[in-house]
Design a protein around this ligand. Structure first.
Ligand code: 4AD
Ligand code: MG
Length: 449
């Protein structure tokens, strides 16, 4: 007897097949039990008729608890009304393993902390499985894009001797008597690899000891970081645009069913085509100032605890989620903001030769309030300038000697960026929080399961 998976039932209409899975849901009437069974490829309804299977197996089905694992045999039928949906008229069933006590996650509502505590079980649900499949499609598209465009995958270390993205979010650990940090970004290693291989990408988990609880920060997240020799900021923005368009396109193409389960309105995703609007940081500040002026005129400015009006945005302000939402709401597709004040950016950014206050950096802001999903830019390629920046940021030069070698031996202009996988999943799935975008989230106050 051959075992089939639920996703292939359409190829077996009229045949008797056997499948294995878990009980997802159940309804009973006097003579019929309707078992909803999932097997990881889909969900099927099986009809167990007392008249066909007899009392013993009818009772087995009738008393079966949610998440019982079972083997089910039956005749595949096309659903009378719904196209592409199949049912199983059961002819036999056996339990593989009964559940020990009641399954904690019942079809009723649960609080999100309870669900996160039971994440190891929660992702058996339709919605959570759909999110993980979208995540997989994104990761596959990311790899396919770079693999088919001449990039070489280079793995960066996770234990590192130095900070990449500022010292305030470092996870520190002991390393055979030395201090090590969990990597915040593979970029510096990507730069070294780009000087060897030209076009590379680093893809792996990265760590930030974020001290605040937000809907878009994780302590452990996955980042993909292309880095390209001889590329400038303009080329970097072109790459980000082409890459993101490809990734979103692939999700739309390959994960229609999952987006339907998630009730994601796909119209905003279908608009993710180039060219993306590109605005300078100073234009973004202007947008924020206009919004502030409008709130002032309407008398809706926020007050601080002392009762003062919120301050009017000005050059030098960093953007948080609220500012990014205001900026991106002016556009119907992702927007690239470039040339931020250097004071807001990490030590490695190249300064704008036309305005030394600015860094040749860019962020891609996703629409619909999802904010920054990509950050990157052109790197400082001059040895003396980079040494000065390391000193200015108060970073220990000795830990960066290897990185400075890249400027000593054949330094060239180069650029790259990092895309956060979880924020991209949250956006494409239309989720309110990144905690559901990764199998096991690590956040402030969460290390389990
Ligand atoms: O802007 P970030 O900090 O840039 C870098 O790390 C650069 N070194 C990347 C590069 O140029 N190679 O982070 C890049 C992206 C952000 O845009 C965001 O999508 C994601 O990483 N990210 C986070 N995602 C989840 N939780 C966090 N705590 C994140 N911090 C950054
Ligand atoms: Mg950033």
């Amino acid at each position: 007897m051959s075992i089939v998976s639920i996703s292939t039932l359409g190829e077996h209409v009229g045949e008797t097949v056997t499948l294995r899975g878990w009980l997802y849901n159940k309804r009973s009437s006097k003579k019929l039990v309707f078992l909803e069974v999932r097997d990881g490829t889909g969900i099927v309804q099986a009809i167990v008729a007392r008249d066909d299977l007899g009392d013993e197996r009818y009772n087995l089905a009738d008393r079966m608890q949610q998440e019982t694992s079972l083997t089910l045999t039956g005749v595949v039928k096309a659903h009378p009304k719904q196209q592409g949906v199949y049912e199983l008229a059961a002819t036999d069933l056996t339990v593989i393993s009964a559940v020990a006590g009641e399954y904690p996650i019942t079809p009723k509502e649960h609080g999100v902390e309870f669900l996160m505590d039971h994440r190891h079980l929660w992702f058996r649900s339709k919605r959570q499985s759909a999110i993980l499949r979208v995540r997989h499609a994104i990761i596959k598209a990311v790899r396919d894009y770079f693999d088919s465009n001449g990039f070489t995958l280079v793995d960066a270390p996770i234990f590192t001797p130095n900070a990449c993205e500022g010292t305030s979010t470092l996870f520190q650990t002991e390393y055979h008597g030395e201090t090590a940090y969990l990597t915040q970004s593979g970029q510096l290693y990507g730069e070294a690899a780009a000087m060897a291989l030209g076009k590379v990408y680093v893809f792996g988990p990265t760590f930030r000891a974020e001290k605040s609880k937000t809907r878009r920060h994780l302590a452990e997240f996955w980042m993909v970081e292309p880095e390209v020799a001889f590329m400038d900021l303009e080329g970097d923005m072109n790459l980000a645009e082409s890459f993101l368009t490809y990734v979103v396109g692939r999700v739309l193409e390959t994960r229609k069913e999952e987006l339907k389960v998630l009730e994601r309105d796909t119209a905003p995703l279908e608009r993710v085509t180039g060219p993306f609007p590109r605005i300078r940081y100073e234009e973004a500040i202007q947008v924020l100032q206009d919004a502030w002026d409008a709130r002032k005129a309407a008398g809706t400015l926020a007050k601080d605890p002392e009762g003062n009006d919120e301050r009017r945005p000005e050059f030098g302000d960093d953007f948080g989620a609220d500012e990014e939402t205001v900026i991106s709401s002016r556009f119907d597709r992702p927007v690239i903001v470039h040339r931020y004040p250097a004071s807001l950016k990490a030590f490695y950014f190249k300064r704008d030769p036309d305005d030394a206050r600015l860094a040749l950096g860019m962020d891609v802001l996703a629409p619909e309030g999802y904010g920054e999903i990509i950050g990157g830019g052109q790197r400082e390629d001059d040895l003396a300038t980079l040494e000065a920046a390391i000193a200015h940021h108060g970073l220990p030069k000795s830990a960066f000697e290897w990185y400075l070698d890249l400027r000593r031996y054949g330094s060239v202009p180069h650029a790259g960026f990092g895309l956060g996988i979880e924020r991209t999943v949250a956006w494409t799935c239309g989720l309110g929080h990144v905690r559901e975008t990764i199998p096991f989230a690590r956040m402030l106050n969460r290390l389990t399961p």
